[in-house]
Design a binder for this molecule. Structure first.
Ligand code: PLP
Length: 409
């Protein structure tokens, strides 16, 4: 089954009550049972069923099953946001004293999260590009996980997942990836060798900018060494399923970052058109990037452009596509502001993966809390503009951007 067919006819698209084609929104905190014994069995995970929506909910389960199938994972846990997914995935693996190796071009919120983890005694060492050559020298006896974004937001650095996974596995380390900007349509990270994949499904998966949500998918294949990954101690008997089991039955349950049933439903609805939207979005982004580049706009960055260092890798790893985000430089902060204000169609808004085109000045918004050094390392300058390209007609978008960048200041 190809991707778009699987979205509608995959194993996870089960019949729902009363023949509904979409999962009903189970907007209920608790689920009642006929007897004391039945509820006891459900709580002990000895019987199928739901008890309380922080621990499990049928609409959320439907969303988890669909994403797990698309990613080819052993199971998934949905969370209240992409940041909750990242926090839970990292905390499930890490103990004080442990180290992470991550890309310096990662999403600003994730860089801030590494700062929070620092206060818990968990250190992050950064590489500019997530290549085996840059990562290998930073591996120490305390390294516990390698983390990277497939297409980093907004630095647009692309990770060769198979190559990084090979290095990680040679050192007994799991590769945790954030595939928010690639989506399971452009790449199935687990098949490429990653061990755990996280999404901010607020973005391309939900697709209309209508729900904050996140999800963690475990491949269930990593051979955990419990004397190294001490955070998973107590879950030895689950072996390769130790991460997913600890996540679901321990950490996620207790931190309380569950997904709301309504947002899970919106995730399911969005998912069904993911392939169609990504095709259109990626084509639009490539066309807009090429048009801006031809017009002489400074440092237009999109992986589809021949001058992008990951151009060939994208063809190999992402169905020849470069994702939906592009950046360029305006020349100054004031010019960036003027360009944003002159755009007619693009909304000035902090989000990506929406059906409508969105623009932002990252330095003054999403990367505002990062230090100047962190911003430089992430390729965010005072005049950088990020565009999250939508599904509008490309001719209209190109015309609008060309008038905005060409306007008198
Ligand atoms: C938006 C985003 C996140 C955070 O997701 P939220 O749903 O906003 O919490 C994490 N990683 C990437 C790459 C993102 O774009």
């Amino acid at each position: 089954m190809e991707f778009n067919t699987k979205l509608l006819h995959g194993r996870a698209v089960t019949p729902y009550p009363n023949g509904a084609t979409l999962p009903p929104i189970a907007q209920s905190n608790a689920f009642q049972y006929e007897s004391f014994e039945q509820l006891e069995q459900v709580f002990a995970h000895k019987a199928m069923g739901f008890a309380y929506s922080r621990i499990g909910n049928p609409t959320v389960a439907a969303f988890e099953q669909r994403v797990a199938e698309l990613e080819g994972g052993a199971g998934a846990v949905a969370t209240s946001s992409g940041m909750a997914a990242l926090s839970m995935a990292l905390l499930c693996i890490l103990s004080p004293g442990d180290e992470i190796i991550a890309g310096s071009g990662s999403y600003g919120g994730t860089i801030d999260l590494f700062g929070n983890l620092e206060k818990l005694g968990i250190t992050t060492r950064f590489v500019h590009e997530l290549t085996a050559a840059e990562i290998a020298p930073l591996i120490t006896p305390r390294t516990r996980v390698i983390f990277g974004e497939l297409i980093s937001n907004p630095s647009l650095r692309v990770m060769d997942v198979a190559a990084v996974a090979e290095l990680a596995h040679a050192h007994g380390l799991p590769l945790l990836v954030d595939s928010t900007t690639a989506t399971p349509y452009l790449a199935t990270s687990l098949a490429l060798g990653a061990d755990i994949v996280v999404h901010s499904s607020s973005k391309y998966i939900s697709g209309s900018g209508d729900a904050i949500s996140g999800i963690i998918v475990d491949g269930g294949k990593f051979p955990w060494n419990f004397s190294v990954h001490t955070a998973l101690q107590g879950f030895e008997k689950y072996r390769k399923m130790a991460f997913l089991t600890r996540l679901r039955t321990d950490l996620w349950e207790n931190f309380g970052g569950c997904l709301a049933p309504m947002n899970a439903f919106l995730g399911v609805v969005g998912l069904e058109t993911l392939g169609l939207r990504m095709d259109r979005i990626c084509e639009n982004a490539a066309a807009l990037a090429a048009a801006l580049d031809r017009a002489g706009v400074s440092e237009v960055c999109h992986p589809s452009l021949p001058q992008h260092p990951a151009h060939d890798l994208c063809i190999r790893q992402f169905r020849g596509r470069g994702g939906g985000i592009l950046t360029f430089r305006a020349g100054s902060r004031d010019r960036a502001a003027a360009i944003l204000n002159r755009l007619e169609y693009a909304a000035i808004a902090s989000n990506v993966g929406d059906v409508r085109t969105l623009v932002i000045h990252p330095a003054s918004t999403i990367a505002m809390k990062n230090t100047e050094a962190q911003r430089q390392a992430a390729g965010i300058y005072d005049d950088t503009i990020r565009v999250s390209v939508g599904i509008e007609d490309p001719a209209d978008l190109i015309k609008d951007f060309l008038q905005a960048v060409g306007g008198a200041d």
